[in-house]
Each structure stands twice: as C-alpha cells, then as structure tokens.
Design a protein around this ligand. Sequence first.
Ligand SMILES: Nc1ncnc2c1ncn2[C@@H]1O[C@H](COP(=O)(O)OP(=O)(O)OP(=O)(O)O)[C@@H](O)[C@H]1O
Length: 254
Amino acid sequence: MSVLEARELVVDIPGRQGGDPLSARILPGQRWGVLGPNGAGKTSLLHTLAGLRPPRSGTVLVDGEPLAVLRRRTLAQTLAVVFQERQDSFPATVLETVLIGRHPFLSPWQREGADDVRLAHQALDALSLSTLKDRLVSTLSGGERQRVAIATALTQQPGIWLADEPTNHLDLHHQVAVMELLHQQAEAGAGVFLCLHDLNLAARWCDHILLLYPDGELCFGPADTMLVPEALERLYDQSLSVFTVNGKPVFVPA
Ligand SMILES: Nc1ncnc2c1ncn2[C@@H]1O[C@H](COP(=O)(O)OP(=O)(O)OP(=O)(O)O)[C@@H](O)[C@H]1O
C-alpha cells in the first residue's frame, strides 16, 4: 500500500500565472476523480504527480519520499500511469505489450518468468483481451488499445494508479467494467487518481473529487460535497439538470 502526496504543488502550465497550490494525500483505498474543462490542466497535473513533468513549485512524494530522490525503478514498482494518448507503433503483440508491466520487477536482460506470464494472462482476462493476445497492438481498435493500456498497468500491480481518461474510446459495457476494476483495485488497497470527462462516472465511482478551473483555481473533497450543480455549472460554463438514480446524482446538460 502506498501514499501519493502533493505538497504545495503548483503545476507548470505554460502561459498561466499563479494557480492554487495543491496539498493533498491520495491514500490507499481512495478513488479520486479530477474534473475540469479542456485545457484546465488535468493531464499536466497527472504527469506532474507521476514525475514526468517538473512542477513550477512544491513537491510530490510517494510514501514520504520526494520523487526527486526516488529511483525510477522503485517508482515504477509502485505507480502506474495510463496515458490519454499513446504510440503503439512498435510491432508487438498484445501479450508482449501487457508483459511490459512486469519490466520494473526484472533485471536488465532478464526474461519474464512463469509468474509474470500468469499475471499478464490474468490482466488480459480481466480486460476481456485473452482472445486477442497474439494480435499486433497496431491492428487493434481504439477501445481495444485502451484496454491493453489498462491491462499493462494491471500487470504492474501498482499501489498507485494515475489514469488519464481511462474510459476513453470504451463502449458503455467496457466503461463500467474498467471503473469496476479500478474500484476493486482500490478495495485491494491501491490509491486511484483519474482524470475524467464523464461527470456521471465520477459521481458513481469516485469517493473524492478535485475540481480544476481554467485559471488554476482548484478545490477538492469528498465526492458528495464537490458534485454540487452550481460548482459544476461554473466549472464547465454549462447549465445542468440533476436527477438521482440509485442514490447517486446524474447530470445532464440542461
Ligand atoms: N508542452 C506544452 N507547451 C505549451 N502548452 C502546453 C504544454 N503542455 C500543456 N500545455 C497547455 O497547458 C494547458 C493544460 O493542458 P492539459 O493537457 O493539462 O489540459 P487538460 O485539462 O488535460 O485538457 P483536456 O481536457 O483537453 O485533455 C493547455 O492549455 C495546453 O495547451
């Protein structure tokens, strides 16, 4: 189990002055959803938390250690990133790609062992990809590639998930399956941090919400305190109608 912490973190958004510093801890078992309009800085925040982009100021810590002093290998054994965009041009099969999730645990030139292959097959099964295991990733549909990316992260068995729009390209059934999978990961002790565009997926599956405004203003807290129509209407500059289904709010454009 791992803790991801942002301490007085200001993300470096080119051309943006200021921005609220973020001080928050993503604890084991928590499911965070980041909401905000296009260009608000969700991806930049996620990349900064992953150590892929230097912050303008402040620190990111994993288990109390600043990213700057953590070995990349240790970080890769702890934290998985599912990117919004990816290049799958390298000619590799689905199984070979998913096995990349085991690489942080292998020494240089070490081949994957039986346990690594078993974990990869489990992940393929969880994402309904087993029948595609020998296909070249470059031949897959957008939604199938998205599921390969999530299966690769699952094979990594991370304590912290950073996923940028993990339901991108997915049909309704697979959106629900992926959100359920992330819920199970949290129940097993992972911290989950997601950028989302779908308010209703966030309302149903996230227990913490971070609202990110285009000028860098932010606020966060338990989901039921953040998913307030007035706040969301200001966030998206869009009037909303709200219904309640199974005890959860459902938002539709008014
Ligand atoms: N390398 C860069 N150079 C210049 N501008 C950048 C760079 N990276 C990000 N930006 C700008 O920073 C802002 C935040 O981008 P980011 O991708 O983080 O937003 P987002 O909230 O994830 O948007 P979306 O919902 O469209 O995915 C955008 O205006 C973007 O154009």
